[in-house]
Design a protein around this ligand. Sequence first.
Ligand SMILES: [Zn+2]
Ligand SMILES: [Zn+2]
Length: 205
Amino acid sequence: MRDEAAVARPERDDYYMGIAFAVRERANCVGFKVGAVLVQGDRVISTGYNGTPAGIRNCDEGGCERCANPERFQSGTGYDVCICVHAEQNALLSAARLQLPAAGALLYTTLQPCFGCLKELAQAHIAGVRYRHPWEHPDATLKTQYLELVELFSEGANSAKKGFSQVFTPDPREAWAQGRRRAASDTGHPKQLPSEREREAGGPA
Ligand SMILES: [Zn+2]
Ligand SMILES: [Zn+2]
């Protein structure tokens, strides 16, 4: 059990993940709600949440045709025609728009990145990823390819890298963040399952 001082002053991972939780409150996708922050030199340089591009009706108001029609677009398909921008993409794009260098930054996100976000983060030279809830593509045969992307953040491969790992900041809004709680959501994000560590601890806090 943490003492009072520790609760009053969170560790860095909990501090930044707590900010990502707050950012997530603005998410407007009917699938998973996700928030992300980019941290450069121990400072937040940009934030992002998932939803339709600015100027288009919000996803939860029917703005994204793919998200609005889960029967037409099976789980894990149709990413190319989904107009929702993911939280991690929005964080990268905000930094680009504001001309803030993101290379070498650490990304905090409330949900483990999808294939699209992970390759973009790697290519933007993000140094590391910290995620709260696990995600995996419904097609398990793609796992090896995903792990190839994860390897690009490996501390072993390059000392400037900061790794790819889950953090366990308590999430008071986990149920809400699951969106419509489908077994696999329209964003290709399957239902969140408790991690091994959470299961051992008797379920999520
Ligand atoms: Zn959406
Ligand atoms: Zn994504």
